[in-house]
Ligand binder design. Sequence first.
Ligand code: NAD
Length: 491
Amino acid sequence: MRANLPKTQVQANCLIAGQWVMGESGQTPIHSPYNGSLIGQSSEPSSAQIETALVAAASAQKEWARLPIKERSKILFNFRNILIRDLDEISHLKSCESGKTFEEGKAGLLKGLEVLEFAISIQNLDLNGKLEVSRGVTCEYRREPLGVVLNITPFNFPAMVPMWTIPITIALGNAYVWKPSDKTPLTSVRIANALIDAGLPPGVLTVLPGGSKTVETLIDHPIIQAIGFVGSTKVARIVYERGTRLGKRVLALGGAKNHIILLPDANPELSGIGISDSFTGCAGQRCMAASVLLAVGNVDAHIERIKARAHSLKLGDDMGAIITKAQVEFLRSSIDRAEREGAKVILDGRKTPAPAEMQSGNWIGPTILDHVKPGSDAHTTELFGPVLSIIRCKDLSEALAIQATSAYGNACSVFTSSGALADRVTREAKAGMVGVNVGVPVPREPFSFGGVRASKFGHGDITGVHSLDFWSDVKKITTKWEVQSDSNWMS
Ligand code: NAD
């Protein structure tokens, strides 16, 4: 289903010290990928505004951290109720600024709510511990917030990716500075307003839209203690290097080129649905999308099912739009190039007509390239669109060897009926997240999300239980109150 375009334009300004103010460094118009219509604008902060925002955030964080986690969690609980109340409205806005279908927009927000529910439960985890280590001597550890943390988010999940980090970081007592995508900043207004209405004190959340200049100023600022980034590998590397050069803690999640291994004994229905939906969902604009199909042996009947399902999708209703016209051109030229290099186009999205009344939008249909050569552009480059490259392999060993050559390592899945073969893939695949008969193997909280290789720079995970160590410090306290008759090294 298509999302409703907003009736009035949405203004995404800067949230500084709890107040929405117009950024002083210029405005950027935001057009819907559906039909190119102007749906809002964002304004970028000046250096002076960034300074004011960070000083206010640092001051607010001190008070916020003094509240018991139980009190902080109550505000997050209110936030959850507001998001559930406004679920459809927010989903419409985020879908029409990012090009998703309404159902995809809603699914992303629901995924974000799962992280929020995990964050609310952190108060019940064992965050502190104490032990008598010698007679009359105790050692204790306490989890403490870092201070003001920065998060830079991509266009393709305007609510879900920020919701990976907002709830966990602020539950732990940090203040959060959000630099939303310059392409999809409008949703940030709704998320921030929900937090304000939930009772979040001014300054605990700061929103600063903008581009690379804003990001650089924020990374370099001494108030920023830690940086989370989600986006392309090119920018992830820039952010990681800039932040770590200053001695800051950085976790930068990058792009992907996910391989799916299809074995001849796979359940035809499970693989047909799972693989087709994986490469066409969100029009292929997600870091967990299937991108390369390693077809082992004779799986032609399976491929026919994948193709038939993808072919049946109606643009606009079942599959959404592409973020920009430039990206549509990039996808078209990548398909042209693969064809010139010998791939066979067995499903051609270049010919799929744009939906009626949306001719001026950014559209391309699902595309399947068969007989792609290992190491060619269609195999190695992240295209970020609804394009599946099939590489034919003689056996599982060859498929695993090809997967292992990938520069990226976000996800890898296998479709098979054999537990032993599935087990081999889960052990040998070079990826942070592996699926068995699952096209999009996104772990659910409390399991953490994250890849390896060029899909993630930095140590640790951005969500789930493993993120607690990234978003907080563990302080160790050793205590003695009385003089003991026997002396030891702790005297
Ligand atoms: P992007 O790298 O272009 O932008 C990400 C963020 O960085 C945005 O906020 C953008 O405004 C900012 N930015 C852009 N150029 C910058 C620069 N030179 N210096 C500093 N900041 C800059 O990514 P995108 O196009 O918004 O998102 C798509 C990419 O994100 C894909 O590669 C996709 O695989 C990846 N992604 C990865 C994950 C993951 O979990 N690994 C999740 C979602 C998206």
